[in-house]
Design a protein around this ligand. Structure first.
Ligand SMILES: Nc1ncnc2c1ncn2[C@@H]1O[C@H](COP(=O)(O)OP(=O)(O)O)[C@@H](O)[C@H]1O
Ligand SMILES: O=C(OP(=O)(O)O)[C@H](O)COP(=O)(O)O
Length: 394
């Protein structure tokens, strides 16, 4: 796969698929600019070559046409600030004005197109829509790793209209780091899985069992495993239809010699709230009316030890409801162990929107090896799937 280092963009317009699907607050300001920040080196390389950039992205999941709260104009100020130069905006990705603006773009100039998902053709992978988009540039660059698991017009179909196409720095770095973990992991390799999206993550767990030495399961997903083992989990999060699968995974881990570490104890709460009453409970005996919202001190000790002895660490999903202070200690302690292992030379990759937010909240972004910009895309990669956005660049 070509990357932008293989191409000189002098006098060329690059049509770049970025993932500017970033969170906005009530005043429509960007609250986490990680995905925009990550793209800056790609834009800078093209601009320094003497090229120009036309950026296209989706934002959110608009249902029926344009909606102000999903407009990419809300990313304009942040992009200008991070890039350190003015950026133009076209209020419709395939409108007459957009084509006028992209055609008139001079070397060193940047244009952002309006949200691609204001057209239903984007998600349908419509060929005519993709062909129209392709008229905005001479070279196609895909830097949207976070959207690489979607086979949409701008991520896959559009590529066929270009002789020259390549991966941007974000895409290349994400794939490099994910590959390092999947194919070249130094041992011991520990995967830490947590969070709330149990069904989304069980397939990955299955795939990881062939690779890892230790599999730590914490966060909301642990209780499905305890229930599967016949434990009493009170009102903790559970996916009843996944109990059998959880049982199978426990058996498979045993058969493959993987050390499956489940939490021993939990911080339990009498309601899902920041001001709940809390206690420490053994995970097999959580009382009705109580729910596990964080891992307890014994679990922290066992998990931290396994992490600190690892040479490769993959972390997806927090250990508890870290957004509430009372339930953040488990995630923080595991994050500290990941940082310490990294300082001792381990390679650590953090994936998933909430895991990345937790690491950022603790101020550890620069203390781990790599924080992925991908959520679903990274998970699908670890399930062993070929990402359509990557395939289209081959
Ligand atoms: N024990 C728990 N009970 C309920 N929710 C939990 C628990 N532990 C973690 N969570 C929640 O899981 C969410 C993150 O899950 P998920 O989306 O799967 O992670 P990621 O985005 O990193 O993949 C967080 O909002 C966190 O509050
Ligand atoms: O944020 C994204 O996915 P993620 O929340 O799984 O990281 C991507 O921009 C893809 O968005 P989508 O899940 O609406 O297709």
């Amino acid at each position: 796969m070509k990357t932008i280092n293989d191409i000189n963009f002098k006098g060329k317009r690059a049509l770049i698929r970025v993932d500017f699907n970033v969170p906005l607050d009530k005043s429509l300001n960007v609250t986490d600019d990680n995905r925009i920040r990550a793209t800056i080196p790609t834009l800078t390389k093209i601009l320094n070559d003497g090229g120009s950039c036309v950026l296209m992205s989706h934002l959110g999941r608009p249902k029926e046409g344009p909606e102000d709260k999903y407009s990419l104009k809300h990313t304009l100020a942040k992009t200008e600030q991070l890039l350190g130069r003015p950026v133009k905006f076209a209020g419709d990705c395939i409108g007459e004005e957009a084509f006028k603006l992209s055609a008139a773009l001079q070397p060193g100039e940047v244009l952002i197109l309006e949200n691609l998902r204001f057209y239903k053709q984007e998600e349908k992978g419509d060929v005519a829509f993709a062909e129209k988009l392709s008229k905005h540039g001479d070279i196609y660059v895909n830097d949207a790793f976070g959207t690489a698991h979607r086979a949409h017009a701008s991520t896959t179909i559009v590529a066929q209209f270009f002789n020259e196409k390549c991966a941007g720095y974000v895409m290349a770095a994400e794939l490099d780091n994910a590959k390092k973990v999947m194919e070249k992991a130094d041992k011991p390799f520990t995967a830490i899985m947590g969070g709330a999206k149990i069904s989304d993550k069980l397939l990955i767990i299955e795939n990881l069992l062939d690779k890892v030495d230790n599999l730590i399961i914490g966060g909301g997903m642990a209780y499905t495993f305890f229930k599967a083992l016949g434990g009493h989990i009170g009102n903790s999060l559970v996916e009843e239809d996944k109990l059998e699968l959880a049982k199978e995974l426990i058996q498979k881990a045993k058969a493959k010699g993987v050390d499956l570490l489940l939490p021993i104890d939990s911080v339990v709460a009498d309601k899902f709230a920041a001001d709940a009453n809390t206690a420490i409970a053994n995970n097999h005996a959580i009382q009705d009316g109580w729910m596990g919202l964080d891992i307890g001190p014994q679990s922290i000790a066992v998990f931290s030890k396994a992490v600190s002895e690892s040479k490769t660490i993959l972390w997806n999903g927090p250990m508890g409801v870290f957004e509430m202070e009372k339930f953040a200690a488990g995630t923080k302690a595991v994050a500290v162990a990941v940082v310490e292992a990294t300082q001792k030379g381990a390679f650590s990759l953090i994936g998933g929107g909430d895991s990345a937010a937790a690491v950022a909240q603790f101020g550890f972004n620069d203390k781990v090896s790599y924080v992925s910009t991908g959520g679903g895309a990274l998970l699908e990669y670890f399930e062993g799937k070929v990402l359509p956005g990557v395939k289209a660049l081959d």
